[in-house]
Ligand binder design. Structure first.
Ligand code: SF4
Ligand code: SF4
Ligand code: SF4
Length: 559
């Protein structure tokens, strides 16, 4: 593209014509303060903090495209005074007594106050009280801190795809609302938390993170969520020198999720209250008694002959490889691993979809980030949606077509007429698979059952029910034990959580999980992702990977 010539602060420069003034100034290394602007969101130019002067006229840098012969000035008295006046008005409009605010020290409004040297309220402060909405499980909204930048509204719709937030009233009475002014906790909010991540002030806050610490006091660790096979990118704020996580943000640079998270990855992973398996227990005639790690090692050595292993898809590639080596390939998956129709589309391609068919899965409840990708296209770009399910599916209310799964054949006439369709499914019967495979215009995204199901596929670990004298079971999701033929076996179970099936184990060993664990897994697109270890285990548990390495003689220390 041919470049155009403009002047910036007296210097001639050549710039691309498809940029905004703000983008050009940023590339030139010229600082422009912003408040409503936020890089992944569409610019809207409402706060007017970013004004610049062009040939004597003040313009918002974030929404003005560059054009030939511009004469941009970023530091004239008119620019500085205008920005300062806007800021003084913003500080006066609602309650911005920073020392009482949870986000003081990391608030973008406060930062601007320092940048422009505001040391008092120039105008009478507007003392009217706005409500505080504490109805939501994870988020609080204090409307008294709101600067009406609408970042939350844009993030909830443009990026997260949920279209919950909007505004009511006008001028100084404007308020951010959920749905038709419902308390957030009773609204259609799915708790993805993106609004709290982008809010520049202390208005929308993560309740759990409140008063735990500032970003400055945090080590930031980039990782991937391993709570479902999407594998969203995480930006984890761990308190420096402490063994806890303050909060989790979506990583804008993730080439899986591009900043989006669901409730599970952002909030529930930090509210983990499932009971942990601690220590090592051996069953005898009196019940279970604790044994030492050395006794476990001798026991394992005596039981490796005539042994098989069962695993689930929560295990990382490194753990699975060690288990395969230890059990000489006699390793079986507790759950089915096959994809009825293989995936042939990336998550990023969903943004170009014009017709989605979602089968047997409620994307507001599971695989939430995939739900965001679909919803932002269906609601925002008017892509079509067909929901096929056998019961209630909350996506149905935004769908163009809704079918019961047993009527899938009837949907074919509609689907054949489309140029291209994207089929997103969790499981399919053989007949349903055959019907869908007959569509030449379809691309498929399989939502596997477990985080590393694709890893199990790659390692050729198949679902089977095999019995043996000694059975080792490794995994987090152990409901499936009830169907395994292990009644007459000596059974050793390595798992992080208590489960009503654990009584079947002759030996039960507590292992690490969550942020105590590191390793790689393959997500539903087949991308190899890494989960970082962030915390030291707070319980008496073994590190499974280290332990397996020790049993195989690959390391000298057990933990
Ligand atoms: S948590 Fe997510 S869905 Fe709920 S209001 Fe915020 S951005 Fe929207
Ligand atoms: S709640 Fe936060 S993000 Fe939303 S408009 Fe107010 S200040 Fe901006
Ligand atoms: S969609 Fe899956 S991987 Fe992404 S945050 Fe939610 S649970 Fe984690």
């Amino acid at each position: 593209m041919e470049k155009i010539r403009i002047r910036v602060n007296g210097n001639e420069v050549e710039v691309s014509p498809d940029k905004t003034v703000l983008q050009v100034l940023k590339e030139l290394g010229i600082h422009v303060p912003v408040l409503c602007h936020y890089e992944p969101l569409m610019p809207q130019g409402s706060c007017r903090i970013c004004v610049i002067e062009d040939r004597g006229v003040l313009k918002t840098a974030c929404t003005t495209p560059v054009e030939p012969n511009m004469d941009i000035k970023t530091d004239t008295p008119s620019v500085i005074n205008s920005r300062k006046l806007v800021l003084k008005l913003l500080f006066s409009e609602r309650n911005h007594y920073c020392m009482y605010c949870e986000v003081t020290g990391e608030c973008e409004l406060q930062d601007l106050g320092y940048e422009f040297g505001l040391d008092h309220f120039e105008f009478p402060t507007y003392e009217r009280r706005f409500p505080v909405d504490n109805s939501h499980d994870f988020i609080m909204i204090d409307h008294n801190r709101c600067v009406l930048c609408r970042r939350c509204v844009r993030a909830c719709s443009e990026i997260a795809g949920h279209y919950v937030l909007g505004e009511m009233e006008r001028g100084i009475d404007t308020m951010i609302i959920a749905d038709m002014n419902l308390p957030l906790g009773s609204s259609s909010c799915v708790s993805c938390g993106l609004c709290a991540q982008v809010c520049p002030t202390g208005t929308i806050i993560d309740k759990r993170a409140s008063y735990l610490g500032r970003e400055l006091q945090s080590d930031i660790i980039y990782s991937n969520c391993d709570l479902c096979p999407v594998g969203c990118g995480l930006e984890i704020y761990k308190k420096k020198g402490a063994n806890f996580i303050i909060k989790i943000y979506g990583d804008w640079n993730s080439d899986v999720s591009y900043g989006v998270l669901c409730k599970v990855g952002r909030f529930l992973s930090l509210y983990d209250n499932k009971e942990r398996v601690k220590g090592i227990r051996l069953k005898d005639e009196f019940g279970y008694r604790r044994i030492h790690e050395d006794d476990l090692l001798s026991l394992i050595k005596s039981k490796l002959n005539n042994a098989i292993a069962y695993v689930d898809g929560s295990l990382f590639n490194e753990e699975l490889e060690l288990i395969r080596e230890l059990f000489k390939d006699k390793v079986y998956s507790i759950y089915p691993t096959e994809s009825p129709i293989p995936t042939n589309i990336n998550l990023k391609d969903l943004d170009n979809g014009s017709f989605f068919v979602v089968i047997g899965v409620d994307l507001n409840r599971e695989y939430g980030t995939v739900g965001s990708f679909v919803k932002r296209n269906v609601i925002g770009k008017k892509a079509k949606l067909m929901v096929v399910d056998k019961g209630f599916n909350s996506l149905a209310k935004i769908a163009d077509y809704v079918f019961n799964i047993k009527d899938l054949g009837l949907a074919l006439d509609i689907l054949k007429k489309e140029k291209e369709i994207i089929v997103i499914y969790k499981s399919l019967s053989k007949d349903e698979g055959k019907i869908l495979e007959s569509l030449s215009n379809a691309r498929f995204l399989h939502l596997p059952l477990e985080t590393n199901t694709v890893g199990l596929q790659k390692l050729r670990i198949k679902h089977d029910k095999v019995s043996a004298e000694n059975v080792f079971i490794f995994g987090r999701n152990l409901e499936g034990i009830r169907d395994l033929p292990i009644e007459n076996s000596f059974t050793l179970i390595f798992t992080p959580y208590e489960n009503n099936q654990l009584y079947k184990g002759d030996v039960i060993v507590g292992v690490n999980d969550g942020f105590e664990r590191e390793g790689t897994f393959y997500n539903l697109e087949g991308k190899k992702l890494r989960k970082e270890k962030v915390l030291k285990p707070a319980y008496d548990v073994i590190d499974l990977k280290t332990f397996l390495s020790y049993v195989l003689g690959k390391t000298e220390k057990v933990s």
